[in-house]
Design a protein around this ligand. Sequence first.
Ligand code: NAD
Length: 499
Amino acid sequence: MSKHVTHWIGGRPAAGGARRRGDIYNPATGKVAGTVDFAGRAEVDAAVAAAADAFPGWRDTSLSKRVAVLFRFRELLKENADELAGLISSEHGKVVSDAAGEVQRGLEVVEFACGIPHLLKGGYSENVSTGVDAYSILQPLGVVAGISPFNFPAMVPMWMFPVAIACGNTFVLKPSEKDPSASVRIAELWAEAGLPDGVFNVVHGDKEAVDGLLEHDGVKAVSFVGSTPIAQYIYEGAARSGKRVQALGGAKNHMVVLPDADLDLAADAAVSAGFGSAGERCMAISAVVAIDTIADDLLERIRARVERLRVGPGDDDRSEMGPLVTRAHRDKVASYLETGVREGASLPIDGRVHPVLGGGGDGFWLGPSLLDHVTPEMACYTDEIFGPVLSMLRVPSYESALELINANPYGNGTAIFTNDGGAARRFQNEVEVGMVGINVPIPVPMAYYSFGGWKKSLFGDSHAHGMEGVHFYTRTKAVTSRWLDPSHGGVNLGFPTNG
Ligand code: NAD
């Protein structure tokens, strides 16, 4: 049965037909599973208007009442986690257990946001001058927008809206048009939790919807997560129209393996972090940087593990890795295997011949692959592949590994595998990357830290969630007050000083 997904505006599904629609695929079969409405300016205006109407009431809702809604939302997310994971898997392709992990990491941001009364405390100084007190308060911005990528249809929006809404803002989400259903189910859960109509809205679509939000005077801040060219476009466009902006971009994550590392641990990590979610994670390991002396040994351990990996439909319990998100993306990722070999790399692990449980049919399949002897000028290294392709680079020393990473334009995540604490400490200090793992391949920060990369992996000043999220979604007001002081000294045109 074909499904149809539409916008969620003012606490209910939008009425009326859409001018434009997109197809939603089941990546495991390659078949169209439904359609999604694409918003134009009218739908964006309606969503922003609903959010603007809801703002004064939500801003003035007490912290205790806001938190009560957040706690209920948290419970509902937990109760409905399996359903959400199933929805994500059916449109994205990732295996259900992996989708459940993404729901869990999003839920942790909701739990962080449940502590908002503590996080929104300002400062207070008594007697900054005689009988004068000074204090600061954190106030919401108004209507804020989030634009998210296909690869985490639940978790990435949940990096944004729990904190934004807890701070008293109202929210318009524009999720990826490739897997839009989770966002609407989340909107229903918000409504069930008692969130007032209009506080959380969803508009679907593509560039037209994004540009509508970017150019809308009523939107005060934009959070974006996606590829680097679009992140830069969002950053520049939002800044031009005077909005606060955080735009998280693409990645090329390196994993350095030093000779003293536990090579079984490193091989497990490379396979898990390279091929989990078919490599469609912004924190996926893409480049394995091995010191020459252990590279052959590491490659054989990786190969042995890859041979055992079960690739198949996301809803098959036996599957460890699913298909890619679209046919076009699958073909682009596979093309790097050809260009890599043409440019001089070897292909010891070719995912095009990896078996697929159930045969695969017309699904968007590409098995785990590894290009070896990759060098920095090859396209498979310079481009973000965003698929199940590991590139192995062989280097003579720690210094050359570090130089390679620091010269790379991206700086999202990285990891080092070693048993030398001194080397690990040096790496954490010297590497120019926002998120660092030490014997941990996917160092995604917990909700109470903040998530974000450096260099071309982030445009803007704030990382997502944690205290940086609270700061992003609030503005500080500093108040100076005098009560009960009759000795104000009369008229004085001089600049106020303290006494
Ligand atoms: P994308 O940049 O193609 O799309 C992201 C969002 O932007 C979507 O909502 C999409 O509809 C919209 N968009 C696409 N083209 C646009 C255009 N021309 N103008 C305006 N809006 C446009 O990214 P994607 O393919 O959905 O996701 C994968 C990318 O996201 C990868 O590069 C990955 O590294 C990155 N990502 C980064 C992080 C991070 O935290 N840094 C997290 C997840 C994903």
